[in-house]
Design a protein around this ligand. Structure first.
Ligand SMILES: [Zn+2]
Length: 341
């Protein structure tokens, strides 16, 4: 039985994205319901994180941007077409960042086997100096920067299978060799970034991998990308820590995404990566990003957590992937091997 810590905080329920908005507190309630239904709750520890400090945010975000967001505590303000601050949002965002920082400490200290940060708001669209796509602060980016600056790590890898490309995470580390960003996402789609040509720049060249796939890809394609590309890259890069930018809007039930990953697809894909990480003794943890089907969240997140606790793996669907996925992986490999950009 593995020790899994769930990071949860009451403030996450107080961030209100606006009436009818898909990024709502019900998402976390659905996961909670599923956890109770699964019976796994008795075998997991829940931790209540502290709020992050401004210093943690300054590592990746522009100081003026951070200070502006902090000044909105208790207020309501529309930041872009679909990103809003409500009176409880700043507190939620600071506790979301606080959770990922504490998860870094916990998995590196090996005080647990892994952690899952069930946070809101999500983070991977948040840029250095602006909010975007439901995101205020870039949670996973802060975690990576914290691990490098404060914990003495040399390399962090972020795997982002959210249906949307994590533009913010990519941009924050685009010229750095010490953070490897790997994304599989629907293409063309919001936010518009994430082509195979975007492979990093300067010292970060070759440390940014995008696998853009058309709508309709599912279990065989995601498993293929993971096996063929991600796992060998992890073996080669040897990160000291892996952070999962865990979006679930690539689920077949999701109302925003048009991918077709099933619960078993997510479990098989992550299982494949976890086998690699465990064989190399690389610590890892999960941070919730998107995922807007309450039914899917209620089912897939608890199932994944049950797998983490038990250490069991399910056999992922090894059917032949569609040609476009095979071609995209070949194109990514060609660029990585030739250094073309
Ligand atoms: Zn998303």
């Amino acid at each position: 039985m593995n020790q899994v810590v769930l990071y949860q905080h009451p403030s996450y329920f107080e961030h209100d994205s606006g009436f009818g908005h898909p990024e709502c507190a019900e998402r976390l309630r659905a996961i909670d319901t599923g956890l109770h239904e699964s019976g796994v709750s008795e075998n997991i520890r829940t931790a209540v994180p502290k709020a992050a400090g401004a210093q943690d945010l300054y590592r990746v975000h522009d100081r003026h941007y951070v200070d502006r967001i902090l000044s909105l505590r208790g207020k309501t303000e529309q930041l872009d077409g679909d990103t809003r601050v409500s009176p409880g949002s700043v507190d939620a965002a600071l506790h979301a960042v606080g959770a990922v920082i504490e998860a870094v400490d916990a998995v590196l200290a090996r005080s647990c086997d892994t952690a899952f940060c069930l946070v809101r708001p999500p983070g991977h669209h948040a840029e250095k100096d602006h909010a975007m796509g439901f995101c205020l602060f870039n949670n996973v980016a802060v975690a990576a920067a914290y691990a490098l600056a404060e914990k003495g790590l040399k390399r962090v890898l972020i795997f982002d299978p959210d249906v949307h490309h994590g533009n913010g995470t990519q941009h924050l580390f685009y010229e750095r060799p010490d953070v490897f960003y790997f994304s599989i996402h629907q293409w063309p789609f919001f936010p518009g970034t994430g082509s195979v040509e975007e492979t990093g720049a300067g010292e970060g060249r070759g440390r940014n991998v995008n696998v853009p796939l058309p709508a309709g890809m599912g279990d065989p394609e995601y498993l293929y990308v993971t096996r063929k590309l991600l796992c060998p890259l992890i073996e080669n890069y040897r990160p000291d820590l892996v952070v999962f930018s865990a979006g679930f809007d690539s689920h077949l039930l999701d109302p925003l995404g048009e991918m077709e990953l099933s619960d078993e697809g997510f479990r098989g894909m992550y299982g494949e990566v976890l086998d690699t990480l465990e064989s190399l003794a690389i610590p890892f943890f999960f941070v919730l990003e998107g995922g807007y089907s309450l039914e899917a969240l209620r089912s897939v997140v608890p199932r994944l957590i049950v797998d983490l606790v038990s250490g069991d793996r399910i056999q992922a669907n090894p059917s032949r992937p569609q040609k476009i996925a095979v071609e995209t992986v070949a194109e990514v490999l060609r660029r990585l091997e030739s250094g073309v950009d």
